[in-house]
Design a protein around this ligand. Structure first.
Ligand SMILES: [Zn+2]
Length: 469
């Protein structure tokens, strides 16, 4: 039997680290790449007798995401303990939200297709195991770092749709400054579940873990579709399982089967009060996220007539968007300014590893520079050098005047008239047909203007004068 008209059913569980200074229930910092086990305290190490205190910033960020995903908000939600034993979980349970999550029943549009969001909730991260050649070490720096979990309905019909969703979600997370959303660094983790449906018959749902890039999500799903299809074709059963993605061999491997499925024995967290969200808080955050990246992208393309790929780059960062739109109000040549921002300004940010709000030139300063540039007031060959000197504060905007290659219009006219007056004999030769002498006259004028003129412009001007008489 060859299976062709089967349907792919994919749902997602996404964990995302929230960009807060401190952990979810204690004041330990959330920074990474620190020495192991230094960002820890009795609360995140699960000592007996300590009390967790909820981080308000984490709630705000999770709420922002839930509203961006068009969710309904539970005005009162609850925390629960999820029990399991693992060396990276010092308390023996994880504080999460279970029956009543922060938000539910949302949706998100991917290429005009609605992906329903089942729930969005807050929970804490676990520690990290580090496997070396002959031992396994544990680092609790990550234990207690705030996570938001997003669970979608199984509305995806292809790996491609999943990829679009994750990419779009990443853009929102970065744009709204909710998370760094870097899959390679593990602050965005995606666990898809997948089954195939054929003639009202579905294979068992299989969940894939350990996917650390969008590319791997795509390949793992592709692999699993092929695998499940081949099993169904043999009229065999696809076993329900939790899988791991083996990146090297490019295949999924069984981590555990249904029989081994864990029972977490959830129960209400007795040390935390219900999480209460007011109408005012919701209204305030809704105001902050009025225009989401996709809408803004469309508007940028429309308003400034820029390439889609440039709009794409700009909307990734809300502050960059603000900078860009303010710059557009100041500059004469919007096209030039857009190109300069994408190529030169972003290069500086990259080199210095800084964000746009740390960029050394104020919007007005960059605007002034760009307007000189679009007026041809700066020597083309040296522009980048001048720009870097400005950025490094080796020169000021005032110094730009001395680079100006162009004399003011009236000044140039005056110089031309003076030179032609002096070179009467040469002018006569021109009028008698020796057109070649024009080069000599241009030379004289450029010299008189101390080189700060554009020879092409001078040529046009003298020819006009000479032909007129
Ligand atoms: Zn702590």
């Amino acid at each position: 039997m060859e299976l062709n008209n089967y349907e792919v059913i994919i749902g997602l569980e996404i964990h995302c680290q929230l960009k807060t200074q401190s952990k979810l229930f204690c004041s330990c910092p959330t920074e990474f790449n620190k020495e192991a086990n230094i960002n820890v305290c009795p609360i995140c190490l699960g000592f007996p007798g300590v009390l967790p205190v909820l981080n308000k910033k984490a709630v705000e960020l999770a709420l922002k995401l839930a509203l961006a995903l068009n969710c309904e908000i539970n005005k009162k939600s609850f925390f629960a303990r999820k029990h399991y034993f693992y060396p990276d979980l010092p308390k023996g349970y994880q504080i999460t939200q279970y029956k009543v999550p922060l938000a539910y029943n949302g949706y998100f549009l991917i290429n005009n297709k609605k992906i329903r969001i089942r729930r969005v909730h807050l929970e804490e991260d676990s520690g990290k195991l580090i496997h070396t050649a002959n031992e396994t070490l544990v680092d609790f720096n990550r234990a207690g770092v705030p996570l938001v979990e997003i669970v979608t309905e199984p509305d995806f019909r292809s790996p491609k749709e999943v990829v679009s969703f994750i990419e779009e979600l990443k853009t929102i997370l970065i744009y709204l400054d909710i998370s760094d959303a870097d899959m390679e660094k593990g602050n965005l983790r995606c666990e898809p579940n997948i089954s195939l449906r054929y003639n009202n018959y579905s294979s068992e749902r299989r969940e894939i873990k350990n996917l650390n890039s969008i590319k791997n999500v795509y390949y793992a799903l592709k692999y699993e579709i092929e695998y499940q299809r081949s099993v169904l074709e043999k009229r065999e059963k696809v076993e329900r399982a939790t899988l791991l993605w083996n990146e090297k061999e490019r295949k999924t491997e069984i981590m555990r089967t249904k029989e081994e499925e864990e029972d977490y024995r959830y129960f209400p967290e007795p040390d935390l009060p219900p999480l209460v969200i007011s109408e005012e808080e919701i209204a305030k955050i809704k105001e902050e996220i009025k225009e989401l990246p996709q809408e803004r992208k469309k508007r940028l393309i429309r308003e400034y007539n820029i390439k889609e790929k440039f709009a794409e780059i700009i909307i990734k960062d809300k502050n960059l968007c603000e900078y860009y739109e303010n710059l557009m109000k100041l500059v004469k040549d919007k096209n030039l300014a857009t190109n300069w921002l994408i190529n030169e300004v972003l290069r500086v940010l990259n080199e210095k590893n800084i964000e746009i709000n740390k960029f050394p030139l104020k919007i007005e300063e960059l605007g002034y520079f760009l307007n000189l540039l679009s007026d041809n007031q700066l020597p083309m060959g040296n522009i980048k050098k001048i720009f870097y000197e400005l950025v490094e504060k080796k020169i000021t905007l005032k110094d730009l005047e001395k680079f100006s290659i162009k004399k003011k219009e009236e000044d140039l006219d005056k110089i031309i008239i003076e030179v032609l007056e002096k070179e009467k004999e040469v002018v006569e030769k021109y009028k008698k047909g020796k057109k070649g002498v024009v080069g000599y006259l241009i030379g004289k004028i450029v010299k008189a203007a101390k080189g700060k003129v554009d020879p092409r412009e001078v040529r046009e001007k003298i020819i006009k004068i000479l032909e007129k008489d």
